[in-house]
Ligand binder design. Structure first.
Ligand code: PEP
Ligand code: MG
Length: 748
């Protein structure tokens, strides 16, 4: 068989393009394409297999195999050589297919007479669409040129599939992206939502796949790459003294942008007839396929960088920016690979929910989504390739499931669930002005956690009696430079105005660990959650802490002010922080500012050590708020951000409850007010146990106040306390089963 030349490939691509321009039905197109490829490559067989569903490939067109087998022959992912190509997203090239490991004989196709086999994946941007195969009787290995040429053709077929070229009449296929797609990710913020997809980074649409003049096209590519390089250099010079990680990403961009290998591969694609855009996308697809196979997290990050760079190059080539002119749909649900906290804040409460392909439970975006109280699902594979702007989508942030383009039965079941929840919310709303008094007469104070100005409207509507925790760091995280004192004053004053006299417990900056401000240099730490974070940073570098305290004092301007310090681990730390605060009060007085009407200074108990602090600490602190999220991670030595361990230990384990009882006793002895503000306070059964062991005040997400209040009002806390004591006496591990039994007996 003759070697393929550039002209062969070019002719083949042109014929495919011409075929595409004819208004033929989908099946006819597919049939014609296989015939054209077989003729052009001088082989007896050319077949196209497309995915019928995520696990099944179907023979959709063939030249050379028995026509009756079309739409009859099906293979599972990984089955036979075709299934293997699809699973590995790698070509298979063999002179003797029947002898190849994994070969599966399919009698209906009559393929045993063909010896040589070359199969390449049909894929687009990491999405597997099918397999393109050529076969011949002659036992021979295909040359690299032939393999490369077939990959180029597969790329064109992928684009055609994407554009719906093979839809309808005879093929039995719906337009890709029109089929329902359900995927499970990780629940990062509870709640359900129905809406329409809004892509954070809309895809670049490529319409011309084949070039008419390779030389001109290669020039176009080179010009675009040059522009790309300049733009990266500009970004690098602008990044200046930004943090090391940001610099590193840009340096990697720069390295890729100057990579000869990358450019050469794209030039080769163009030489074989692809347009510059199609060439960029072909290499991008190949990189994404590699991405799936790379286990090393660092290398995966670098391949992601290459992916980002390819998108930039595509935008330069096509002139398509992020702004596509599309209008945001109603009830938008944001779909993105990842998103920064600032960008998410910009969308704000317009969004009904967020779905991310990456993300982490403890990322800044997650913190912001929690603050915005919108459901968030992270780590959803393939969502950015599957979703199109405007697609109908249902997200279940409690189960971590996304239903894209759901069919009617899924939609109606989902709506039933949402309606039931809305009913429950109505019931909770009717409790809004009623106190959380248990049947035994004990009154529990329910407060809300907040972190954004946008949270404040929930204060009256949720029935919260105060803001038990205001996470001040969100304002710092969501920007690219340190906020000025005047901005802080204005922000805190607005928060206090909106609280309308209800007390707000401001927590001073809790940065470090997962909360990293891009503009502040940080040491590289082996274990940041136990490292230089929270009050430790505040005491060692008091500039920001002092500015924040000054801003709080000025914002209070004659109103009561409550401040608490995060992650206090020793009495002396609290004393020092309190001294800093008192010095600022004195300074503000000297400067003539109106001082707060009253002051409360509290500590967050988030490390076990503080429970054993001297009595003087408990006497000195006006109040103590248990930060259960951090406390639990240190108590159980289980990282709160690590999926492998974060749910491993139960809040209602006897060991943890017994420890909390010690804190209750110590506060009781010293007359210190006690509150609990970790996420567990918002989980009704957990909240009941916390109230049962004597914690009089719980602070939670606004949406949790109704359910928690409803349960407390139905329960008798003496009984809860007795149940916990019995579980302790019996030496059981957790009080949860007994408490769940008890809750089941309570009348609704
Ligand atoms: C906590 O640790 O429980 C807490 C409320 O603080 P954060 O979640 O912001 O660390
Ligand atoms: Mg904490």
């Amino acid at each position: 068989m003759p070697q393929r030349t550039e002209t062969d490939s070019r002719k083949l691509l042109r014929r495919l393009r011409d075929e595409m321009s004819l208004a033929n039905p989908g099946q006819e197109r597919l049939d014609r394409i296989t015939t054209i490829i077989a003729e052009s490559m001088g082989v007896e067989v050319c077949s196209v297999y497309l995915f019928r569903d995520a696990d099944t490939l179907e023979l959709c067109a063939t030249e050379g195999l028995r026509p009756e087998s079309v739409h009859q022959t099906r293979l599972r992912l990984g089955e036979g050589l075709v299934g293997k190509v699809a699973r590995l997203t790698k070509p298979i090239n063999t002179a003797n297919a029947p002898a190849e490991a994994g070969f599966r004989y399919m009698p209906e196709t009559g393929e045993e007479v063909f010896s040589s086999f070359l199969g390449v994946p049909i894929q687009r941007l990491g999405e597997r669409l099918g397999v393109l195969v050529v076969q011949a009787k002659e036992p021979r290995l295909y040359s690299d040129d032939e393999l490369y040429g077939l990959e180029v053709v597969a790329m064109v077929i992928a684009e055609m599939t994407e554009l719906g070229a093979f839809v309808g009449e005879g093929t039995g296929f719906a337009t890709p992206h029109k089929l329902p797609f359900a995927m499970r990710g990780l629940a990062a913020q509870e709640g359900e939502a129905e809406g329409h997809v809004w892509l954070h980074q809309p895809r670049v649409v490529i319409t011309n796949l084949v070039n008419d003049d390779s030389r001109a096209e290669a020039e176009r590519l080179n010009d675009a790459v040059e522009k790309l390089r300049v733009s990266i250099d500009e970004l690098l010079s602008r990044a200046g003294n930004r943090d090391a990680e940001h610099q590193e990403v840009l340096q990697t961009y720069r390295m890729f942008a100057h990579s000869r290998g990358w450019l050469k591969r794209m030039e080769e694609d163009i030489r074989l007839g692809l347009s510059a855009e199609a060439a960029v996308e072909k290499e991008q697809s190949a990189a994404r396929a590699r991405l799936e196979r790379v286990p090393d997290a660092y290398l995966r990050d670098r391949l992601h960088d290459l992916d980002d760079l390819s998108n930039r190059l595509l935008r330069i080539l096509t002139g398509q920016g992020h702004e596509t002119g599309a209008e945001m749909p109603d009830r938008p649900i944001l779909v993105a690979r990842n998103i920064g906290p600032g960008e998410l804040l910009e969308y704000g409460r317009k969004l009904r929910g967020v779905v991310l392909e990456e993300g982490a439970v403890g990322s800044h975006a997650t913190i912001v989504a929690r603050a915005l109280a919108i459901p968030l699902i992270i780590n959803v594979p393939r969502i950015t390739t599957e979703a199109l702007n405007g697609d109908h989508v249902l997200i279940d942030g409690t189960e971590g499931v996304v239903h894209l383009r759901p069919d009617d039965s899924v939609s109606s079941a989902f709506r039933d669930k949402m309606a039931m929840q809305a009913k429950a919310q109505e019931r909770y709303a009717s409790l809004r002005d009623k106190p959380a008094v248990a049947r035994c007469g004990t009154r529990i104070t329910l407060k809300m956690n907040a972190g954004l100005m946008a949270d404040l409207p929930s204060l009256p509507s949720s029935g919260a009696e105060a803001v038990g925790l205001f996470r001040t760091e969100l304002q710092f995280l969501a920007r690219d430079k340190m906020p000025k004192r005047a901005e802080l004053v204005a922000n805190y004053a607005r928060v206090l105005d909106a609280a309308q006299g209800k007390i707000v417990h401001f927590r001073t900056l809790d940065i470090g660990s997962d909360k990293v401000m891009p503009y502040m240099k940080r040491p590289d730490e082996p274990n940041p959650a136990m490292g230089w974070r929270a009050l430790r940073v505040g005491l060692d570098k008091p500039g920001v802490l002092r500015m924040q305290l000054q801003a709080l004092i000025r914002a209070a301007a004659g109103r009561p002010l409550s401040v608490m310090f995060p992650l206090v681990a020793a009495h002396s730390e609290f004393t020092r922080a309190r001294d800093v605060f008192m010095r600022e009060i004195e300074r503000e007085r000297r400067l003539g500012h109106v001082l707060p009407e009253s002051l409360q200074v509290g500590a967050m108990l988030e490390s076990c050590s503080l429970a054993y602090a001297p009595k003087a600490f408990f006497e000195e602190a006006d109040f103590i708020s248990i930060g259960g999220n951090d406390l639990k991670q240190f108590f159980f030595a289980a990282d709160r951000e690590n999926e492998l361990v974060r749910r491993r230990y139960d809040t209602l384990s006897v060991s943890f409850l017994t420890f909390l009882q010690l804190v209750v006793d110590r506060c009781h002895d010293a007359g210190t007010r006690l509150s609990f503000c970790g996420e567990d306070a918002g989980r009704p059964v957990d909240a009941l146990a916390l109230a049962g062991i004597g914690i009089p005040s719980l602070s939670m997400r606004p949406a949790s106040i109704g359910p928690v209040k409803s349960l407390i009002r139905r329960a008798n806390l003496n009984e809860v306390s007795e149940i916990i004591a019995r579980v302790q006496a019996r030496g059981l591990e957790s009080a949860r089963p007994a408490l769940l039994d008890y809750v089941a007996t309570l009348v609704d």
